[in-house]
Design a binder for this molecule. Structure first.
Ligand code: AR6
Length: 164
C-alpha cells in the first residue's frame, strides 16, 4: 500500500525520486510550480521538454524529463484542466494523478512529490482539487511506495491535512 504524506514547502527541494510538475500543453515552462521547476532544474529540463515533447502534451496526460539540478531524478509533467477556460471535466484532473503514477511505475520511481494540480493559475476549486488528488492516489494500483503532497503555504497544508 502506498503511503500518502503531506508536507508544507517547495516542491523543487524535495528529496524524492520524482517531482510532478503542473505544466501546460505547450510544455515549454510557465509560472507557478512550472516556473519554479524550470528555474531550479536549470536549462536541461527545457531542453529535454523540447526533445521529448515536440508537440507538447494533451490535457490529462503525463510524461517525464530529467530533473536537471534538482535533488529528484525525474520530473513527471502533467497537464491539468484549465477551469478558468471551461475545462471542468473532473476526469481530466484525476487522469493527471493516475497517469503520473503510471509514468512513475515505468521509471521505477518509488517516491513521488505532487503539487495541487490545476489549483493555482488554472483555478480549480481548492477543496475539490485536494479530494480529486487524494482519492485518485488512493485508488490507483502502483509500485510507488510514497506519495508526498507538497502544500505551498500554511493554509494549503491545513486544507490537505483536514481532507486526508
Ligand atoms: N511548490 C509547491 N507548490 C507550488 C509551488 C512550489 N514551488 N509554486 C506554486 N505551488 P500552479 P496550475 C502551488 O499555478 O493551476 C503555470 O503557468 C500553487 O499554490 O502552479 O495547474 C503553468 O505553466 C497551487 O496550489 O498550476 C500552466 O500554464 C499549485 O501549486 C499553469 O500555470 C498549482 O498552481 C498551470 O496551472
Amino acid at each position: 500500500m502506498m503511503e500518502i504524506e503531506v508536507v508544507e514547502g517547495d516542491i523543487t527541494a524535495q528529496q524524492v525520486d520524482a517531482v510532478v510538475n503542473a505544466a501546460n500543453r505547450a510544455m515549454r515552462g510557465g509560472g507557478g510550480v512550472d516556473g519554479a521547476i524550470h528555474r531550479a532544474g536549470g536549462p536541461a529540463v527545457l531542453a529535454d521538454c523540447r526533445r521529448r515533447f515536440p508537440d507538447g502534451l494533451a490535457t490529462g496526460d503525463a510524461g517525464w524529463t530529467t530533473a536537471g539540478e534538482m535533488p529528484a531524478r525525474w520530473v513527471i509533467h502533467v497537464v491539468g484542466p484549465n477551469h478558468h477556460r471551461g475545462e471542468r471535466e473532473r476526469s481530466l484532473l484525476t487522469s493527471c494523478y493516475r497517469r503520473a503514477l503510471e509514468v512513475a511505475d515505468e521509471l521505477g520511481a518509488r517516491s513521488v512529490a505532487f503539487p495541487l494540480v490545476s489549483a493555482g493559475a488554472y483555478g480549480w476549486p481548492q477543496e475539490d482539487a485536494v479530494d480529486a488528488a487524494l482519492e485518485t492516489l488512493r485508488g490507483t494500483p502502483t509500485r510507488v511506495e510514497l506519495a508526498r503532497m507538497v502544500a505551498f503555504g500554511r493554509s494549503s497544508y491545513e486544507l490537505i491535512v483536514r481532507r486526508l
